[in-house]
Design a protein around this ligand. Structure first.
Ligand code: B1M
Length: 228
């Protein structure tokens, strides 16, 4: 039995537990992540702090080591599954803030791209802020975006891309909205690790959102501006 097996999460103090959860996320230990999330909730931690301080920070290390060739796809998948398990516990808590409905968002990860953790986090936080969110999932092509816009008449279209090769598809969607004459009926927000503000401007989005908190802030501000 290794030293790792002897760690009892509930006996760690908050700082040690958060650090251990980052390690457990790195190792793709789903059950330990679920246990850690539940312990922090019992200790009165806000769901958003658990998300950002343990899960998102842990995933950053995974990303760095993936980039540097230390981790490979199978390990990253395990880490992603562990992260999703933690997010599944937090989702209802983030959504139950009782905020009045302030608008509707259609959001998806663009065609060719299967990364969905960040997009789902944004969707969860938007729900918690009072938006109705229609989450189209991954690998979303322009027709699927258009059909959802037609059906749900959202205030906001959100698009996510994590690959430099797929982020350009956002422009395809925006150009199609223009061709259909519906671009101005929507607030278009974009996000994802390889994007920046300059890219958002260049493709004609209304705003680039660096993270989920900024996405919520931007969504609220723009919907209110439009109403007023
Ligand atoms: Co992939 N992957 N991956 N991957 N992966 C990256 C993106 C990469 C940067 C890793 C690296 O090399 N360091 C790299 C891209 C390089 C590039 O394009 N420049 C990469 C690669 C290369 C690949 C593959 C091609 C690998 C391969 O097969 N050889 C492949 C591509 C598959 C495809 O999509 N077609 C691939 C596959 C995978 C997994 C399936 C193993 C897994 C995804 C699992 C899943 O999502 N269900 C995975 C993961 C987990 C990652 C990293 C490690 C982590 C991404 C993540 O979840 N981050 C990632 C490394 C990195 O990003 N540094 C990497 C945590 C999340 C909370 O952050 O997604 O940035 P993020 O979301 C943030 C903000 O960006 C923003 O808010 C979120 C929350 O704060 N945001 C939005 C995101 N979307 C938004 C939308 C909005 C607003 C804000 O709308 C309004």
């Amino acid at each position: 039995m290794s030293d790792e097996d002897d760690i009892i999460l509930s006996e760690l103090d908050d700082a040690e537990l958060v650090e251990q959860m980052q390690d457990d996320l790195y190792d793709g230990l789903k059950e330990e992540i679920e246990e850690g999330v539940n312990i922090l909730l019992e200790r009165g931690w806000a769901p958003y702090d658990i998300l950002t301080k343990s899960l998102v920070t842990g995933m950053k290390t995974v990303g760095d080591d993936f980039r540097d060739g230390i981790l490979f796809v199978p390990e990253v998948l395990l880490a992603a599954n562990a992260m999703k398990a933690g997010m599944a516990i937090l989702r209802p808590l983030l959504a139950e803030t009782g905020a009045a409905k302030i608008g509707t968002v259609v959001i998806g990860t663009v065609k060719g791209d299967i990364h969905d953790i960040g997009k789902n986090l944004v969707a969860m936080m938007l729900e918690g802020a009072g938006f109705e969110v229609i989450n189209l999932g991954i690998n979303t092509d322009v027709d699927k975006f258009l059909a959802a816009i037609e059906e749900h008449k959202p205030d906001i279209l959100g698009m996510s891309a994590l690959l430099t090769t797929t982020m350009t598809y956002m422009k395809v969607v925006i150009e199609t909205l223009k061709e259909k004459g519906i671009r101005d009926q929507l607030i278009v927000l974009v996000g994802g690790a390889p994007l920046n503000e300059e890219f958002g401007d260049a493709i004609g989005a209304d705003a680039y959102c660096k993270d989920a908190a900024i996405a919520v802030e931007t969504a609220k501000r723009m919907v209110l501006q439009r109403a007023g």
